[in-house]
Design a protein around this ligand. Sequence first.
Ligand code: GLU
Length: 419
Amino acid sequence: MAEDDVNPFESLQEQIDDAAAFIDVEDGELERLKHPERVLETNLTVEMDDGSLEVFKAFRSQFNGDRGPYKGGIRYHPGVDRDEVKALSGWMVYKCAAVGIPYGGGKGGIRVNPINLSADELERLTRSFAEELRPIIGEDRDIPAPDVNTGQREMNWIKDTYETLENTTEPGVITGKAIESGGSAGRVEATGRSVMLTAREMFAYLGRDIADATVAVQGYGNAGSVAAYLLDDLGADIVAVSDSSGAIYNPDGLNERAAKQFKRETGSVVDFEGATEELTNDELLTLDVDVLIPAALENAIDERLAREVQADVIVEAANGPLTPNADEVLVEKDVYVVPDILANAGGVTVSYFEWVQNRQRFHWTEERVNDELERVTTEAFDDLVDVYESHEVPNLRTAMYVVALRRVLQTFREGGVWP
Ligand code: GLU
């Protein structure tokens, strides 16, 4: 039986506990680090195109604001629930701390399958959520961004709704906007870029060359597809990719840019002519490749699948794709897992650059964005390696959490408790 019912919020808390064993932290402080400060739960009433009304459940969790404004995306997915959003908001706290950017963590979501809604319905739904969020967001308070099934279009709607209601211009209230609406060069590619950079660093650390690697990618959305073509640009072979409809394989390597174009046209990578074979999702995850990139949703690899994993390195492009039990199995098997809070942190890092540019009303070149992202990512990787080599931690995830928890704790302690 798959562990797909593993509660991601419990996974987050377990990950924090695992790392807390290696740091100096009081019980009360640890409790604080494991729970969100507040969660907004709301029911959005939306008029559908046929005139009927539908109600959609939506959440925004503000987990921890010690290091700066709450920061994190908004996802549209039928599986959104309170605990998932709480977990995702906690992962944002430790992600931002891991890469040393001045943000806390938050996350939001609407329980909806956006495929079933027209563009007009999605706009009304998004603006309705933006109206609910308005009192609790702001460029110094809480800054949403894209996540699963949301992108520039939704961010532009949220910005417009917020600015209209507030009678101001405040592009830094949200990131991941289109360029002409205050977005940053390089933001769309940023998550995939940090996946590529951390895979490259991991291979260098292991004394191997990423150019010789074979790669399988589960999930061909914004993170997975970009990671695939950037790794291909380094010389790696992308032999398998998948989406929610199925997986495709070619042992000689797929043309991942053409596969992305094919998915854009047909809705899926399945039937892409460059493939020699179709695979199931489980077959892709257990392929004998050098690098496996889970880039879909939480709990993609559970204990059972972890036992069958043949990759040497897993780079987590998704948030929370491995269950804690899977992590334990992979430690036994000496599989290196580059944790989500580092591997996919490129998205929020370039969101930070977008916000800095918005506040300065100044535009950076794509080259500057990519150079700064590379600097932030490689420095964080070095911080991870320092802890990994100097502590008896079981894996890279725990090492990264040690770095992140220490940073959040230090900020909390310096501020003290009030009142
Ligand atoms: N949704 C992305 C993440 O999970 C990006 C968040 C952001 O840019 O604030 O990291």
